[in-house]
Design a protein around this ligand. Structure first.
Ligand code: FES
Length: 155
């Protein structure tokens, strides 16, 4: 009886069933692969588009901390500089021996007032807005777009 069933299903009926099953499994595998690929692409797309789509968030005044430099400009006015390099965002240390800010990543060199002297950074160190309130220097911490000649606020 069983042999008969197998023989019966080995005719044209069997041929028409197998390709359908195969194409269903192929379609299922393709859809699953596409879904996994789409899920994996989401973080990559977000990472790629973030610099373009990032917008300014609310700013607030805060006491000057350690992530900035306070210096004077040519007129003797207090200036607060962001320690974030305008090239690719490394922290720019003050090098006392040279009396300059020197970025260790690609040797961007800045004068004591933040002016670009040499290296790949496209602009001077970024100045932050400041004010003195009750004798305390306050600043608005901000982030700016790197690799642009003009200062563009991000947050
Ligand atoms: S990150 Fe500062 S010079 Fe490149």
């Amino acid at each position: 009886m069983r042999e008969e069933t197998i023989r019966m299903s080995s005719g044209p009926e069997r041929q028409s069933i197998q390709p359908n099953r195969r194409s269903f499994l192929t379609g299922l595998l393709g859809a699953g692969s596409a879904a996994v690929g789409a899920l994996l692409a989401v973080p990559l797309v977000r990472f790629t588009l973030h610099p373009v789509l990032a917008s300014t968030t609310e700013k607030s005044w805060s006491d000057v901390g350690s992530a900035v430099y306070v210096t004077k400009d040519a007129r003797g006015e207090l200036v607060v500089l962001s320690a974030v390099c305008t090239h690719l965002g490394c922290s720019v240390p003050w090098v006392e021996k040279e009396k300059k800010f020197i970025c260790p990543c690609h040797l961007g060199i800045f004068a004591p007032d933040g002016k670009l002297l040499d290296g790949p950074p496209p602009r001077d160190m970024d100045r932050l807005d400041t004010k003195v309130e009750d004798g305390v220097l306050k600043t608005q911490y901000q982030f700016f777009r790197q690799l642009t000649r003009n200062k563009e606020e991000l947050a």
